[in-house]
Ligand binder design. Structure first.
Ligand code: GDP
Length: 358
């Protein structure tokens, strides 16, 4: 049912952006509609041959599938494509990116945990495969080995979870110290590529990675903003949303969002030039409604107005809406209004902020 609101083309486009973020160069994409996936190779045999030709013609090193593949499908596809072609799925790709971007200890632990949980069900086939290679002489050994490996992995998962808990506790203590200073904390939330880091950079001159990539900011990054004669506030960036976040990564993603529950204001940054901006807004709001943030004031920012088809129309519409400010983080348009709106909103929530102070 997800396909209805988020089409195959959009999904593949997002996958291509993810691959780019992961440091890969995308040379092509294809899809196939089947009544149900082929249990052995996910796609049909004709499609396998087609991709195989493309691999040779274009000198492809990696083939990424947009849906999760079973360990058997992975192996069969790698065998079918031959050579050193690496086959992976969306989850493995996102895990790779998380891994590359994990800047803090906590993020690294979260990624390691998700990676182990991804591996756990994938151990099985690997061992039965080895058993078959050995010509059945070691029958039963594989089974035992799987159990041993699974036990080791589960123990490691348990240790990681405990460590994660302790790291979180410490971060909370640190946060409490920070909020004891009566400076409002403003959190940027929003879809990936909406322009959060660009806005942060623009306002602070901070050296936060801003690029046309997904997950440019895995860890919340906080900077001080002091503009002209306005009151100072802290601005925090959060990890961006994506449409098809694999279920097993949801926990890690949410954990990175937990921090926003202590903000004075949530700024929802929207790429208003994006054709699916409305759906993206909805997706973000759905997740926000599940977090404990309903009491926090919100401000919506329609960013990239410079890139919109009809900027004038969008600006007029924004004016009719309460709590919406139109900006371009790129050209700097609307940033004064943005800061005024933040100021205004934060003033409303000042009592709440000071109530937090021990
Ligand atoms: P984030 O994932 O939300 O942090 O998004 P980024 O700040 O990394 O921005 C994603 C891409 O959008 C980058 O290529 C930015 O240069 C571009 N971008 C950000 N803000 C604007 C804007 O106001 N106008 C235009 N045209 N591009 C923008």
């Amino acid at each position: 049912d997800r396909e209805e609101s988020f089409g195959i083309d959009e999904s593949l486009k997002e996958l291509a952006q993810l691959a780019d973020t992961g440091g890969l160069m995308v040379v092509g994409s294809t899809y196939q509609k089947l009544p149900f996936p082929n249990p052995r190779t996910y796609i049909g045999s004709g499609k396998v041959s087609e991709i195989k030709s493309a691999i040779h013609a274009l000198d492809v090193e990696t083939v990424i599938f947009d849906d999760e593949l079973s360990p058997g499908q992975l192996r069969n596809l790698e065998k079918a494509f031959g050579g050193d072609v690496r086959v992976c799925d969306r989850t493995a790709l996102i895990l790779d990116i998380f891994n590359q971007r994990a800047a803090t200890h906590e993020a690294a632990l979260q990624v390691a945990l998700a990676q182990m949980e991804y591996q756990l069900p994938r151990l099985t086939r690997m061992w039965t495969h080895l058993e078959r290679q050995a010509g059945g002489q070691v029958k039963g050994m594989g089974e035992k080995q799987i159990e041993v490996d699974k036990r080791i992995l589960r123990t490691q998962i348990g240790i990681l979870k405990k460590e994660l808990e302790s790291v979180r506790k410490h971060r909370k203590q640190y946060r409490n110290r920070r909020t004891s200073v009566p400076v409002p904390v403003v959190s940027l939330v929003g879809y990936t590529n909406a322009g959060k880091s660009t806005l942060l950079n623009r306002l602070t001159g901070a050296n936060v990675l801003a690029e046309d990539r997904l997950f440019a900011t895995l860890d919340p990054t906080t900077r001080r903003v002091q503009i002209k004669n306005r009151k100072e506030f802290l601005l925090t960036d959060t990890v961006g949303f994506i449409q098809k976040l694999p279920t097993m990564l949801v926990a890690a993603f949410r954990a990175t969002l937990e921090e926003i529950s202590e903000s004075s204001l949530l700024v929802h940054v929207v790429d208003i030039s994006h054709p699916l901006s409305e759906q993206q807004i909805e997706a973000v709001e759905n997740v926000l409604s599940e977090l404990d943030v309903s009491s926090i004031p919100k401000l919506m920012v329609w960013n990239k107005v410079d890139k919109a088809q009809d900027p004038q129309k969008i600006k007029l519409e924004a004016e009719t809406r309460e709590d919406v400010v139109c900006i371009s983080a790129l050209t700097g348009e609307g940033l004064e209004e943005f800061c005024d709106a933040v100021q205004h909103k934060v003033k409303d929530s000042m009592v709440w902020v000071e109530a937090l102070v021990p």
